[in-house]
Write a protein that binds this ligand. Structure first.
Ligand SMILES: NC(=O)c1ccc[n+]([C@@H]2O[C@H](COP(=O)([O-])OP(=O)(O)OC[C@H]3O[C@@H](n4cnc5c(N)ncnc54)[C@H](O)[C@@H]3O)[C@@H](O)[C@H]2O)c1
Ligand SMILES: [Zn+2]
Length: 363
C-alpha cells in the first residue's frame, strides 16, 4: 500500500493507492469517521464494473448508501446532470452529515465533487477514481466543475475530498486509448518536475503498457505526490500550479479543433507537449535531442506525434480564446530542461507557428 498525503491544513487528506483495494474496500471505509447516508455517483461503465461491490461494502460497514448512474461521457458534466443528482440526494434524505462518493473517471469525479461542494453548502466527498487520468490527475487537488454550453469547466469550485482510494486493478478494463490518454498526464509530470521519473517511464514503457498492477501502483503514487506538491504550494491555481498546464494550451485547441471527438484529452496534451518542447528549443535553445526524446516517449505510449488534418490558423484562433490568457498575451509553459518548467508570456506568433508546424507537417 502507498499513501500520498495532500497537506492542506484542515483540508488535508490521504490518497491510498492499493492493489485490490476495491474488493477489500471495507477496510478503507471503516476508517471514515462518520457513516450515515451516502450517495454514490457512477457512470454506466464504472457502475457496471464496480458499483455492486462498492454499494454492498458501504452498506455492510454502516453507511446507508444508494447509487445514481449517469451516462458515460463528457456530456454528463452539466448543470442539468448536477440537478438530477441534487434531486437524488434530496430523495435519499441526505443531510449535512451525508457523503457523496465519486466512482468513475474524471467526468464522474468533477460532477460528483461539484454536487458535494454545493449540496447543503457542502457535504463530505470521497473519491474512488477508476481511469488512469483520474487516478493521477483529476482526483488530486480538489478542482471540481461542470461544463457550460459556452465552454468546459466554466462553473466550479475548489473542494477537497475527505479521502481518495485508488485501486490500480480497476485499470484492467480500461480501453487502450483511455489508458494512453492518462499516460500523457503521467509523462507530463516527468517533463515538468522530475527528470529521473521521465527516464524511468521511457525505460519501462513495455512493463507499464502491460498494466502490471504493482508497477502501476508505484507510478500512480509518484504522480499523486508530485501533483500534491504543486497543489500544496498553490491550492487556488494562481501561480506554480499553472505549470501543470504544460502541453494544455495547444492541447485544448487540438481537442476543440477535433470537435472533442477526434482527439482525447491526453492525445491533445501529448501533441501540445511536443509543440511546447519545440517552442522551448526556439525560446531557450533546448537541445533538439530533448525534443526527440519527448517524441520517442510519446510514441512508446501509443500517443500521437502528428495531428493530421488540422492547420495552424485554426489552432491559433482556438488558442486565442484559451481561458489561461494573461493580459492579452498567451501564457506558455516551456521547458528549460526535462524536469524543469517555466511560465513565459512573451512568445512571438511566428515562433508558435513554427512550433505548430512540427506537429502538423506529415513526416
Ligand atoms: N479536476 C481536475 O483537476 C481535472 C484534471 C484533469 C481532467 N479533469 C476532467 O476529467 C475528465 C476526463 O476524465 P477521464 O479521462 O477519466 O474521462 P471519463 O470519466 O469520461 O472516463 C473515460 C471513459 O472510461 C470509462 N471508464 C471509467 N472507468 C473505467 C474502467 N475502470 N474500465 C473501463 N472503462 C472505464 C468511462 O465510463 C468513460 O467512458 C474531463 O471532464 C476533464 O475536464 C479534471
Ligand atoms: Zn490534462
Amino acid at each position: 500500500m502507498e499513501i500520498a498525503r495532500v497537506a492542506l491544513g484542515t483540508r488535508s487528506y490521504d490518497i491510498t493507492i492499493l492493489v485490490g483495494g476495491l474488493v477489500n474496500i471495507k477496510d478503507w471505509l471503516q476508517k471514515i469517521p462518520v457513516k450515515t447516508g451516502a450517495l454514490v455517483v457512477a457512470d454506466t461503465n464504472s457502475a457496471n464494473f464496480f458499483g455492486s461491490v462498492l454499494l454492498e461494502s458501504m452498506n455492510a460497514v454502516g453507511f446507508s448508501a444508494t447509487m445514481t448512474v449517469v451516462p458515460a461521457g463528457e456530456a454528463s458534466k452539466s448543470l442539468a446532470m448536477a440537478d438530477c443528482l441534487y434531486e437524488a440526494a434530496i430523495r435519499a434524505g441526505l443531510d449535512r452529515s451525508g457523503t457523496i462518493v465519486a466512482l468513475g473517471g474524471g467526468v464522474v469525479g468533477d460532477l460528483a465533487g461539484f454536487v458535494a461542494s454545493t449540496y447543503l453548502r457542502g457535504v463530505s466527498f470521497l473519491q474512488i477514481p477508476t481511469t488512469l487520468l483520474s487516478q493521477v490527475d483529476s482526483s488530486v487537488g480538489g478542482k471540481v466543475a461542470v461544463n457550460h454550453t459556452l465552454g468546459k469547466n466554466l462553473i466550479g469550485s475548489f473542494y477537497q475530498p475527505q479521502a481518495v482510494l485508488i485501486d490500480p486493478q480497476t485499470l484492467a478494463t480500461l480501453p487502450d486509448r483511455e489508458f494512453a490518454s492518462g499516460m500523457a498526464e503521467v509523462l507530463k509530470y516527468g517533463l515538468i518536475a522530475d527528470a529521473n521519473f521521465f527516464r524511468e517511464l521511457t525505460a519501462d514503457a513495455q512493463d507499464i503498457g502491460r498494466r502490471e498492477p504493482q508497477r502501476l501502483a508505484r507510478m500512480i503514487a509518484h504522480c499523486c505526490r508530485l501533483k500534491a506538491e504543486f497543489v500544496e504550494r498553490d491550492e487556488q491555481d494562481t501561480g506554480e500550479r499553472m505549470l501543470l498546464n504544460f502541453g494544455h494550451t495547444v492541447g485544448h485547441a487540438i481537442e476543440k479543433a477535433g470537435d472533442f471527438e477526434r482527439f482525447t484529452h491526453g492525445e491533445g496534451v501529448a501533441l501540445g507537449m511536443l509543440a511546447a518542447t519545440r517552442l522551448s528549443e526556439l525560446h531557450y535553445n533546448l537541445p533538439e535531442k530533448t525534443t526527440a526524446s519527448v517524441k520517442a516517449a510519446i510514441k512508446a505510449y501509443r500517443l500521437p506525434t502528428q495531428a493530421t488534418g488540422l492547420d495552424s490558423e485554426t489552432l491559433l484562433q482556438f488558442m486565442g480564446t484559451d481561458k489561461k490568457r494573461v493580459r492579452g498575451s498567451l501564457r506558455w509553459i516551456l521547458l528549460r530542461a526535462i524536469g524543469q518548467a517555466e511560465s513565459v508570456c512573451d512568445i512571438s506568433i511566428n515562433s508558435v507557428t513554427e512550433a505548430l508546424q512540427g506537429i502538423l507537417a506529415v513526416e
